[in-house]
Design a protein around this ligand. Structure first.
Ligand code: ASP
Length: 590
């Protein structure tokens, strides 16, 4: 039907006849001459119809926005002064000879080139129109290219693309499952996989050696900020490897994708322990583009006459930390109040600060509601430790360590954003040496990654002091976003049993949930490990989108629904009966 895509029609084709198809992006009537901008996936080309060929002219005159047409014409240089250097096809235009109307269109619900104030619900309801916007087309084209590079890279490294089931049982990632009732097994349910974790481990036991999959994962979580109930992972697993192998391979893959698609050299990724990341940045996914760091001052505060500081300073589970903001004394009262509210989200009860007006004058040079509680030697020590200069501001967090880290960690990122403190465009790193377990309120332990992660210690050490145990897990972080995470797995049943014991998972429960994996481990499991990347997040970062919804063709809303298909929806009584399901009265009447 066509000789060229719209975006391919450039100076190289001047004087040639071309045929192309697409949507009418814009129509302008310039006193007896009709201009049409025709758009397809590849770009936009300008066509001119003059009245010489009346039939074509009349059709061109009659078309409206988003009509679908096929046009044949001759490519010519644009008249001087009308060249558009910002367009790929901006040097030329097509003198239209024939135009065929292929499809009419209703007026779209929103203009396709001015989308800034269109509500997301409307965009998602008419997603097929929204996806016509050049920006969305670029995002999906980019995504396709990343997928292609990933497949090539992994295939070249000996990985096999193997699909794993969608109708399965609960997996160990710890979120709520999406359930699917079984018709043939009354009262029983499938779970949609939260990840292919168990199957990829089984594939290693099967001797597949290297597996990958661009896999859909399902997690029924309350949708915080930027999550989707179904999302995509680049999932991989390999046998006879250690963490160096997996980290080296996947670092190479991300470097390769950035180099190929963005001409960016990410360089070698630095590594940082979980403990160091928490201490310096209050986070296990530090954004290293921002130069601000948390500095411990607990030892200075233990004896001060200010309970807010001295109590957490003396508490083994408490922390007092400072965060210096260079030139921060320019912050207004209102800004500081807003930051105080902001840290409140993370449970911080306040946000103490000192403005350093004159560091040589310890008595009057420090402006702060709390400085009166601090003796001069402590004031001096704070200035020294934070290397504060005149004009700087120092924030303080004092609370349980977790609260201080989360609050100051988030504040650090917010300040970086608000004050544009970035020192680099891209800052990747590996976070390693995670604790094996995390203590929940009430003292119960939960696996920080998942229970199949290999501890760095042996069975006895794990049994004796589980809280101290580190794991062989690793996370790849880019610009403060966790791009992917994985680990070397347990391949020995004694260790697996011990981990379950620490987690309080009894033999029965383990058998019931993961029995097939435990069985498999007894039949000759190779040492193995892997990692999974969040594909949506990776694409989002690379195209500079504000949300993963901008890089998913048909995403769900924040309430996990689809305004276009109206999913989820009700089903007929007959369908429910087949599944042996009766809805409770309340749900029915809602
Ligand atoms: N299955 C893990 C996850 O989804 C990743 C991995 O350990 O490979 O977080």
């Amino acid at each position: 039907m066509r000789s060229h895509y719209c975006g391919e029609i450039t100076e190289a084709l001047v004087e040639q006849d071309v045929t192309f198809c697409g949507w009418v992006h814009r129509r302008r009537d310039h006193g007896g001459v009709i201009f049409l901008d025709i758009r397809d996936r590849d770009g936009i080309v300008q066509v001119v119809f003059d009245p010489d060929i009346p039939e074509s002219f009349n059709t061109a005159d009659a078309v409206r926005s988003e009509y679908v047409v096929s046009i044949t014409g001759k490519v010519r240089n644009r008249p001087e002064g009308t060249v558009n250097p910002n367009m790929k096809t901006g040097q030329i235009e097509v003198l239209g000879k024939q135009i065929q109307l292929l499809s009419k269109a209703e007026t779209p619900a929103f203009p396709l080139d001015e989308y800034s104030d269109v509500g997301e619900d409307v965009r998602l309801k008419y997603r097929y129109l929204d996806l016509r916007r050049p920006e969305m087309q670029r995002n999906l084209v980019f995504r396709s290219k990343v997928n292609h590079l990933v497949r090539n890279y992994l295939e070249q490294n000996g990985f096999l693309d193997i699909e794993t089931p969608i109708l399965t049982r609960a997996t160990p990632e710890g979120a709520r499952d999406y359930l699917v009732p079984s018709r043939t097994h009354e009262g029983q349910f499938f779970a949609l996989p939260q990840s292919p974790q168990l199957f990829k481990q089984l594939l290693m036991v099967s001797g597949m050696d290297r597996y990958y999959q661009i896999a859909k994962c399902f997690r029924d979580e309350d949708l915080r900020a930027d999550r989707q109930p179904e999302f995509t992972q680049i999932d991989l697993e390999a046998s006879f490897v250690d963490e160096e192998d997996i980290m080296g391979l996947t670092e190479g893959m991300i470097q390769h994708i950035f180099k190929t698609l963005k001409d960016v050299d990410l360089g070698t990724f630095p590594r940082m322990s979980f403990a160091e990341a928490q201490e310096r940045f209050g986070s296990d996914k530090p954004d290293l583009r921002i130069p601000l760091e948390l500095v411990d001052v607990g030892d200075l505060m233990a004896e001060v006459e200010f309970k807010v500081f001295s109590a957490p300073a003396k508490d083994p589970k408490g922390r007092v930390a400072a965060l210096k903001v260079p030139k921060g004394s320019e912050l207004t009262r209102k800004q500081i109040d807003d930051y105080t509210k902001f840290v409140g989200i993370y449970g911080a009860k306040g946000l103490a600060y000192i403005k350093v007006n004159d560091k040589a004058d310890l008595e009057n040079g420090l402006q702060s509601p709390i400085v009166k509680f601090l003796p001069e030697n402590v004031r001096q020590a704070i200035l020294d430790r934070t290397a504060a200069e005149n004009g700087d501001l120092i924030f303080f967090g004092a609370d349980q360590t977790k609260v201080v880290n989360e609050a100051l960690g988030a504040l650090r990122v917010k300040l970086g954003e608000d004050l544009n403190l970035y020192t680099a465009e891209w800052a990747p790193l590996w976070v390693v040496d995670f604790p094996m377990f995390e203590e929940l309120d009430g003292g119960k332990l939960t696996a920080l990654h998942h229970p199949f992660t290999q501890p760095s210690t042996d069975v006895t050490a794990l049994k004796d002091s589980p809280v101290e145990a580190l794991s062989r897990a690793y996370d790849m972080v880019l610009n403060g976003v966790e791009l992917g995470g994985g680990s070397i797995r347990i391949h020995d049943t004694d260790m697996q049993k011990q981990v379950f014991e620490v987690l309080g998972i009894g033999e029965e429960e383990a058998k019931e949930k993961f029995g097939f994996l435990l069985d498999a481990l007894q039949f000759g499991a190779p040492p193995h490990g892997g990692l999974a990347f969040g594909l949506d997040r990776l694409i989002m970062l690379m195209v500079g989108a504000s949300s993963i919804r901008e890089v998913i063709a048909f995403p769900k809303t924040q309430t996990a629904a689809c305004p276009m298909t109206q999913a989820p929806g009700t089903v007929s009584q007959a369908q429910l009966r087949e599944l042996n399901i009766r809805l409770r009265e309340k749900a029915k009447s809602e």
